[in-house]
Design a protein around this ligand. Structure first.
Ligand code: OOG
Ligand code: MG
Length: 262
């Protein structure tokens, strides 16, 4: 049964508080085991609305749980999407204070920037490549608002797919002449290799993640706008970080992007 609007509002407020106070909460489905995906996205859209009301700008979108490594790590087997707010954006080279986060983890991702809107349904890799301005390496810092980073699909969707911070950097390139399937990525923590992968880990091709996003948005009557930054999902499992750690991802032909925690 769908949740009443006042419950949706209460749950969005609870997640927002957890983000602001860096205090983990029990996952929503512990209290509402029948939480539907539709209600979960209602909570997420309310969080998004509250960001806008608080003067923030929505600067992009992301897909989550698009690789087997991530699905296996989190025990969730369907991709989901979420929004990126301007307060998540960190300039490359800046340090992230761990005091602002609960239990951060870092993911190496390939980000797309659109030069045209992408409207589903029926989008596929070619639709996406034709609408892509450039791709650029990204590190996403996820930080589940749930205790022990444990959740299920509806709970994580409500929590804006654990979004917390992201950094883009390295070399941006047009997609012409790039083989996004075979682009290799090496993720290092304090100079040691901790994960390796290739673009194809993300739904067979990172552009397939953007196509899926467009098709999912179409079901709500929405599309991907022009100039939109899209994180396509972690290529490898996410890596935990604490104060003093530096995480770096090196991408074949696209340079590297790093983040430091203090
Ligand atoms: C959910 C968010 C996953 C990705 O890139 O797969 C995600 C989580 O694992 O906490 O951002
Ligand atoms: Mg991610």
């Amino acid at each position: 049964m769908a949740l009443a609007q006042d419950v949706i509002e209460k749950l969005a407020a609870r997640l927002e508080e957890a983000y602001k106070n860096t205090q983990a909460i029990v996952k929503i489905t512990d209290e509402y085991p029948d939480l539907t995906l539709e209600d979960a996205y209602k909570i997420q859209y309310l969080l998004r609305q509250r960001k806008i009301t608080q003067g923030h700008k929505i600067i992009g979108l992301k897909m989550g749980l698009t690789s087997w490594a991530k699905m296996k790590q989190m025990g969730v087997s369907s991709p989901s999407y979420a929004f990126l707010s301007d307060d998540y954006s960190i300039p490359e080279g800046a340090a992230i204070p761990c005091a602002e986060l609960i239990h951060p983890r870092v993911e190496a991702e390939i980000a797309f920037v659109t030069k045209k809107p992408i409207q589903g349904p029926g989008c596929h890799i070619a639709t996406v490549l034709a609408a892509t301005d450039y791709v650029i390496p990204a590190l996403e810092i996820i930080d589940s608002r749930y205790e022990n980073f444990r959740f299920d699909l509806p709970s994580v969707i409500a929590d804006n797919a654990s979004s917390a911070r992201f950094v883009v950097g390295g070399i941006s390139r047009e997609v012409d002449g790039l083989d996004l399937k075979t682009i290799g990525v090496v993720l290092e923590k304090n100079g040691e290799v901790v994960e390796t992968g290739a673009g194809a880990a993300v739904l067979g091709h990172p552009a397939a993640s953007v196509a899926m996003l467009a098709n999912m948005l179409a079901a709500r009557g929405e599309s991907i706008p022009e100039g939109c930054l899209i994180l396509t999902g972690g290529i490898t499992a996410a890596v935990a970080a604490k104060a003093g750690d530096t995480l770096s991802a090196r991408y074949q032909g696209l340079g590297s992007v790093s983040v430091r925690f203090v």
